[in-house]
Design a binder for this molecule. Structure first.
Ligand code: FMN
Length: 174
């Protein structure tokens, strides 16, 4: 699939079939995250992969939605604030590094006809507890992965994108 088609085919999926995700597909998705660029190439990331039902249920306590419980696999993208590059004004780039890796993974999944949905509105304290993360680590995104259920229509927001004119400024004059 060419890149433009792939980008257009990705959408948030919030209902999955019970078919498990093949390990090779999970590995290909993780590899796309691994190859993502990061500030100063620090790669301050960890991808926690969960496929076991009991562990998926534990993760779901941090974002209790019925649809999330249909996901046969979950990747939690974690960032380490001590290992991330900090700009001279102190800005920590862990979130940016994690976002790029996560987006690579959503596209790699879409290329395999697998659905994903970014989740950031989780209970961070709960998720940190479930993952038993040391202080420097932060769970940045949850990414359920699975085969879209037949009933998983694109959400209404999916088609709502600002126009290029709204998003773009050519030159320095606003
Ligand atoms: C940083 C980020 C955080 C998000 N957090 C959530 C979330 O917590 N729960 C959710 O259902 N969707 C979440 N989304 C999905 C967005 O709602 C979705 O990407 C947006 O509405 C556009 O729809 P689309 O992904 O189908 O194109 C998040 C997306 C991003 C990029």
């Amino acid at each position: 699939m060419d890149l433009q088609t792939l980008i257009r085919s990705r959408r948030s999926v919030r209902l999955f079939s019970s078919t498990p995700v093949k390990r090779d597909d999970l590995l290909a998705i993780l590899e796309a995250g691994r190859l993502a660029p990061s500030a100063c190439n620090n790669q301050p990331l960890r991808f926690v992969v969960v496929t076991e039902k009991r562990e998926l249920d534990l993760l779901a306590t941090a974002y209790p939605r019925e649809w999330l419980r249909t996901a046969p696999a979950m990747i939690v993208i974690c960032g380490n604030h001590d290992r991330a590059w900090h700009r001279t004004d102190g800005k920590d780039h862990a979130d940016i590094d994690a976002a790029i890796a996560t987006d690579h993974m959503t596209l790699a999944a879409a290329e395999r006809d697998l659905g994903t949905c970014w989740i950031c509105a989780f209970d961070a304290a709960k998720l940190r507890e479930v993952l038993a993360l040391p202080t420097a680590w932060e769970p940045i995104a949850m990414l359920p992965v699975g085969h879209p259920a037949e009933a998983a229509a694109p959400a209404s927001q999916h088609h709502l994108r600002k126009s290029l004119a709204d998003l773009t400024q050519w030159g320095l004059t606003p």
